[in-house]
Design a protein around this ligand. Structure first.
Ligand SMILES: [Zn+2]
Length: 176
């Protein structure tokens, strides 16, 4: 890579670092999986195969992340490599909606989950450190706030139970 500025070098290093971390983490997971899959083999083949699978996939994942990270950091305006990074994020709350979800549990109790769903307009600003060109990426994101879960016991027939249609064990009544 010819003549990168300190800023570009720093961005390149951080892209490389996260690519390697992801490669190693996923490589270890795949090695573990391979070790498990080779369960019937001798221990030499087992650990050798697992190490090989982990290394190969770590290498591939790192390479793939590196190239996609590099592509994302390349300036569309001036073509400089490793020059575009996010410099700002603005979030505007556009909508709040109270939500409720009821789920009947196995024992007949009702689990009631309530939350406030917030919708944000997000505006990310990306800036090129070479030519100063700024671009924006806008999208919406939703978040849950004040989530609360209560369980309403079915056994406790409260005041609002209302009409006492007692069907305690009445399910088998029809067929005889
Ligand atoms: Zn640029």
């Amino acid at each position: 890579m010819p003549n990168l500025t300190a800023e570009q070098e720093a961005l390149r290093a951080s892209i490389k670092k996260s690519a390697i971390i992801w490669g190693v983490v996923l490589g270890v997971i795949i090695a573990g999986l391979a070790y498990w899959l080779l369960g019937s083999q001798g221990s030499g083949i087992r650990s050798g195969g697992a190490a090989l699978a982990g290394l190969v996939s770590a290498g591939m994942i790192t390479r793939k992340n590196l190239s996609s990270g590099a592509a994302g950091a390349k300036c569309a305006n001036c073509g400089a490599a490793f020059s575009v990074a996010r410099v700002d994020r603005q979030e505007v709350l556009v909508n709040t909606t109270p939500k409720e979800e009821r789920k009947v549990l196995d024992n007949g109790d009702t689990e009631i989950t309530t939350w406030v769903e917030e919708v944000y307009d997000v505006d990310d600003t990306y800036k090129c450190s070479s030519c100063g060109d700024t671009t924006h990426k806008t999208y919406q994101t939703t978040r849950r706030k004040d989530e609360e879960t209560v369980v309403k016991s079915a056994g406790k027939k409260g005041a609002d139970a209302g009409k006492g249609n007692s069907h305690d064990k009445g399910k088998s009544a029809g067929k005889n």
